[in-house]
Design a protein. Structure first.
Length: 608
């Protein structure tokens, strides 16, 4: 009813102030009512005077005051859904179930009848506290395996679901004592909170801890000046320090906290199952919004190359499982900027963990004895070849080399070869003791015996690349021709068929992913023009579909993998991709298309 009425300079037309205006004279009405209420006039007033004043008051209130009710929230609706998912079977006694139902009904009534934000918050708090406790005796045998699996899937190498969601130094445990080998996961620690070129600096120290696979920084405008940000509580995205999370991430984090608390304290099966479903749905709605820099992707791939080729028979089963999990995550899951960095770290630390003797399977005297028998067989075969009319110098050289390599392993085992750390190649903690295994693992013995057997059964193999009689490329090694799938030669990946020939100028699908091999047999990486159409292949050589940002420009690849040009409707929105040869396929934005339509800053057609 009250508003500021502006008034202006009659010469310039400029506003120079405002004056309060009581549009409906409600101030006078309220004063009349108040004066009547607080004076002796109340007792002297006529009935008609009282009725008139109240009629006028009710008219103003009814016609001019907006009494909008407070709306309930999705958070409260979720809490109610989980609370009401509990049934009588979840309780030991029916009386406890009735008490629970009565409490839930009271909370639901308070929530649905709330008319202020404070009342909504109080009702939600009561519902939350009931969910993160078990005030009434529950039935025995609550099964939390599914919820634990969902919680643990959000982290790399977690034994039990942590309550905090951070890799900040304060949440990391002390350094690992490698004489005990009793840590349940291995991660890298921060070197303080140092930030260089926007990247957190990590030390090479192994420690207990965990990595979150959906890091907050992938969903926020991350502030590198405060690297140890921690978000907690069931509040809004504004509570993220240094940036704002997406609504999807805010919702996920709230549901995660509820699920983690319930996993610890709630024992009602229906509620546990319901919150597990809610958490799984919240995770499925997450979408990584930051694209890793090429340098970050390259660093991850370099780390993978450094620790590639570990063999399961050489290592403790649990440690090797962590190593393979890290590689699987790096190859198939890591997409966001921070996910890529985390993939690099967990590959490095899981590979590093395999370089300590405590994680390696022991080389036994029986294995050494088998290797000695293999050497003896090789020497017998060598003597026979030298006395044969079919003397083969290449076979003799192969046998001599295989026998010599095997003997080196025997000498290493016995401590009679090298006690210098310069020559150690397996373990980080070198010792110069007799029998020290710093230079070998079990597979070294197995490979040495295989090399002797191959030399005894020698067939002429052309080392390196060669063409067979059909004009197809093959790659020979001391162990024979590659014929078992993927092999990286130099910096390029190739795929070898069972007959030893490399795939060439052809498409290949594996595990639902398409690859293309060029005329030189190498798997395509980056842009490739195939049969007149352009395709884009990721760093792992997989064909890309959908959106891809390359060198600062956005492109879109159809489901067939072909790069789109011209107009294209994507998820209901029209975009235009350049047809010009010097910018072919690039999404246009903040401009007008060649055919006269306007595009906004995101490249979407504005309708004009």
């Amino acid at each position: 009813m009250f508003y500021d009425d502006p008034y202006y300079d009659i010469y310039t037309g400029q506003q120079i102030g405002t004056v309060d205006v009581d549009l409906y004279n409600i101030e006078g009405l309220l004063k009349d009512i108040w004066n009547l209420r607080t004076s002796d006039a109340y007792y002297e007033a006529n009935t008609s005077q009282l009725v008139y004043l109240m009629q006028q008051y009710n008219k103003y209130i009814g016609d001019y005051i907006d009494k909008t009710e407070v709306e309930t929230s999705e958070w409260g609706e979720l809490l109610l859904t989980v609370l009401n998912s509990v049934n009588e079977d979840d309780f030991k006694r029916s009386t406890d179930y009735k008490k629970y139902i009565n409490e839930v009904e009271d909370l639901e009534d308070a929530y649905e009848s709330a008319t202020t934000v404070a009342q909504i918050n109080n009702a939600e708090k009561g519902m939350y506290e009931l969910l993160v406790s078990t005030p009434y005796t529950s039935a025995s045998g609550v099964d939390k395996d599914s919820l634990n699996d969902t919680l643990e899937s959000l982290y790399f190498n977690v034994g039990t679901a942590p309550e905090t969601y951070s890799t900040a130094p304060s949440t990391q445990s002390s350094n690992v004592d490698f004489s005990n080998y009793n840590y349940y996961v291995a991660v890298l620690q921060y070197s303080g909170s140092t930030v260089v070129d926007g990247n957190l600096q990590f030390s090479s120290t192994l420690a207990k801890g965990y990595y979150s696979l959906y890091p907050m920084a992938d969903y926020t405008d991350y502030d590198t000046s405060t690297p140890n940000q921690v978000y907690s509580g069931n509040e809004s995205a504004d509570d993220f320090a240094g940036g704002y999370a997406t609504q999807e991430y805010e919702w996920f984090w709230n549901v995660y906290q509820l699920a983690a608390r319930m996993n610890d304290d709630n024992a009602y099966q229906g509620a546990i199952d319901a919150v597990n479903d809610a958490l799984a749905e919240a995770v499925s709605d997450l979408a990584v919004t930051t694209t890793p820099y090429s340098a970050e992707t390259s660093a991850m791939e370099e780390m993978m190359d450094e620790y590639a080729g570990k063999i399961d028979s050489d290592y403790d089963e649990d440690y090797y499982a962590k190593y393979t999990d890290a590689y699987d995550y790096a190859e198939n899951v890591a997409e966001g900027k921070w996910q890529t960095r985390i993939a690099r770290y967990i590959v490095g630390v899981s590979g590093e963990a395999l370089t300590y003797q405590g994680t390696q399977n022991t080389i036994t005297k029986t294995m050494i004895s088998e290797l000695e028998d293999s050497i003896e067989s090789g020497e017998t075969a060598l003597e026979a070849i030298k006395n044969s009319d079919d003397y083969n110098a290449a076979q003799v050289n192969a046998l001599n080399e295989a026998i010599s390599d095997a003997q080196d392993i025997i000498d290493l085992y016995e401590g009679t070869y090298s006690t210098s750390s310069t020559y150690q190649s397996v373990n980080k903690n070198y010792t110069s003791l007799v029998g020290d295994k710093d230079q070998m693992v079990i597979s070294d013995l197995e490979n040495a015996m295989t090399a002797i057997d191959d030399a005894i059964n020698y067939s002429e193999i052309i080392m390196g690349w060669s063409l067979n009689d059909a004009g197809l490329w093959m790659y020979g090694t001391e162990d024979g021709y590659y014929n078992d799938g993927w092999h990286k030669i130099g910096a390029t990946w190739f795929y070898f068929n069972e007959d030893g020939t490399a795939k060439q100028s052809e498409w290949f699908q594996e595990d639902g992913v398409w690859y293309y091999f060029n005329s030189n047999c190498g798997a395509a990486c980056g842009w490739a023009k195939i049969d007149g159409d352009w395709y884009y292949f990721k760093g792992n050589n997989a064909m890309k579909t959908g959106w891809e940002k390359v060198d600062g420009n956005w492109y879109y690849m159809a489901s067939s993998g072909k790069m789109v040009t011209g107009w294209c409707q994507i998820d209901g929105t029209w975009y235009y991709f350049s047809k010009e040869s010097n910018a072919l396929g690039q999404m246009l934005y903040n401009t007008t298309t060649p055919d006269g339509y306007t595009l906004d800053e995101n490249g979407a057609w504005t309708g004009e």
